[in-house]
Design a protein around this ligand. Structure first.
Ligand code: SF4
Ligand code: SF4
Ligand code: SF4
Length: 280
């Protein structure tokens, strides 16, 4: 049985895809974005023990050299997250698809579907595939929120149980993408084209920072690749304002975009062929 590290499950979310959805956030990511708002999801816990003593309600302990989290005692104060210098969290549970389903199945009548996110959820592709198979058998739609690093083309079995992918387009070229994420842009752009071609591209998203990222160029690169598909499918483009909240201290000095700048980007996206553009 496959298992995967789960950071948290939000029973009801209206910001992780269309309609009311249950969102499952997996731990660990293969990118290291400077603007990451959940940096505690990037790495797995190294069991250094530093956070254990800081927990005000003794919900953390060490057994056999590993940090153990007592969910029932935890009051959710996030002191452990603030203590951790490894971009990790002690509040992670290894779960199988069946165990995740057990936790979310009572929402069945209140949600339209489930969304998997992270971290980078495709690092847990086996569990995602098994979970989506169960969800589809129960009439739910299935969405993946991805940084675009996964080789979707060569893993059709995952897409077979996936209704759509919400794909991050973080930059316009290799240099800026590496600067921002530490990873190559090539698989992301290949996925952009491939997912559109097989009609699995639900949405693309770009976080906009006026000085450091050329969001204008990013929109144009995305539009150029999607040009043949935009007339056939209304692919949503979410333009996300960079915000300081939750970002690591060393990356907090990026300038937040003004509403006027975001409107200019929206107008550019419209001129470039997108018809469904959302600013958040
Ligand atoms: S979030 Fe929970 S585990 Fe972490 S310090 Fe607070 S009570 Fe302890
Ligand atoms: S969560 Fe961070 S601080 Fe706590 S034990 Fe793991 S690596 Fe250490
Ligand atoms: S891909 Fe997402 S989770 Fe991973 S580092 Fe970037 S913003 Fe954070």
């Amino acid at each position: 049985m496959h298992r995967a590290p789960v950071n948290k499950i939000i029973p009801s979310s209206v910001v992780d895809g269309p309609g009311n959805r249950t969102a499952i956030f997996f731990q660990s990511c293969n990118f290291n974005c400077r603007y990451c708002h959940n940096p505690e999801t990037i790495h797995m816990c190294q069991n250094c023990g530093a956070c254990v003593a800081t927990c005000p309600v003794q919900a953390l302990s060490i057994a056999d050299g590993k940090v153990v989290w007592d969910k029932k005692k935890c009051c959710g104060c996030d002191t452990c997250i603030k203590t951790c210098t490894h971009n990790a969290s002690p509040k992670v549970t290894e779960m199988s698809a069946e165990e995740i389903w057990e936790e979310i199945k009572d929402n069945l009548f209140f949600i339209r579907g489930i969304t998997v996110s992270g971290g980078e959820c495709t690092l847990q592709a086996e569990v995602v595939k098994e979970l989506f198979t169960i969800a589809k058998d129960n009439g739910l739609s299935t969405l993946i929120d991805s940084n675009g690093s996964y080789d979707f083309k060569n893993h059709p079995e995952l897409l077979a149980v996936t209704d759509g992918v919400m794909l991050d387009i973080k930059a316009d070229n290799e240099e800026r993408h590496r600067w921002l994420t530490g990873a190559s842009i090539s698989p992301v752009l290949e996925n952009l084209e491939y997912l559109a071609a097989v009609n699995k591209l639900e949405e693309i998203r770009t976080v906009c920072i006026p000085q450091q990222l050329n969001s204008e160029a990013t929109i144009q690169v995305a539009a150029e690749i999607l040009k043949p598909y935009l007339l056939k499918k209304d692919i949503r483009y979410k333009l996300i304002k960079y915000r300081h909240f939750g970002v690591r201290q060393e990356y907090r000095d990026f300038e937040e975009p003004t509403p006027e700048y975001m409107e200019e980007l929206k107008a550019l996206a419209e001129q470039s062929g997108f018809r469904n553009i959302v600013i958040i």
